[in-house]
Design a protein around this ligand. Structure first.
Ligand code: CU
Length: 187
């Protein structure tokens, strides 16, 4: 319950922030546990529920009703103001979103290293090859469990520079404690 109300409060704060229309800065936030159908983009990479996650303009929570189609693809935003800002320079905002598929397995992650720039929106499509594993990034407040074959989108703004371990938070066997990947956020 406490977690749910915290998320609600966070959502309201972000929505309020978005309406404030301060397009220069970005607040850190993250969205987790969003499974759903996917929308093929290229090759083996896919996108889970494009309408959930972080608004590429303001960093608020995306809403279904604030969508805009650009080059045949739908983008979602947290408020109408963000659509306006996006239209001025779509490529700039599209480039900020770093999409990456990460597969957990006994006992590791593939890829082992995710490198992004500070301020990027990291959009991880997490999956598991064999059994339930965790994606735990302590410094970003992320702890998501993914079952075998399941796809979950984990989105957050890389607002802290540094190297952060990605660890498994679900005991998965003898090699569990050695399971790790690394998130590198460069300036
Ligand atoms: Cu584990």
């Amino acid at each position: 319950m406490r977690k749910v109300s915290l998320i609600l409060i966070l959502s309201f704060l972000l929505i309020g922030y978005c309406f404030a229309q301060d397009k220069g800065s970005h607040k850190g936030s993250h969205n987790q546990d969003m499974s759903g159908n996917e929308d093929a983009i290229s090759g083996d990479i896919f996108e889970v529920s494009p309408s959930v996650g972080i608004c590429p303009v303001m960093g608020g929570i995306k809403k279904d009703k604030y969508s805009y189609s650009y080059k045949g693809k739908a983008y979602y935003f947290c408020c109408p103001g963000c659509i306006k800002v996006f239209k001025e320079n779509p490529e700039k905002y599209i480039a900020k979103v770093k999409k990456i598929k990460v597969e957990a397995y006994q006992f590791g992650y593939s890829p082992e290293k995710i490198v992004v720039k500070k301020g990027d929106i990291v959009s991880i499509i997490a999956t598991s090859r064999d059994m339930a594993h965790g994606f735990f990034i302590k410094e970003y407040g992320i702890n998501v469990t993914v079952k075998s074959g399941e796809l979950k989108k984990i989105e957050f703004i890389a607002d802290k520079k540094g190297e952060f371990p990605i660890l498994c938070s679900i005991y998965c066997g003898r090699g569990h404690h050695g399971m790790r990947a690394k998130l590198i956020v460069e300036e």
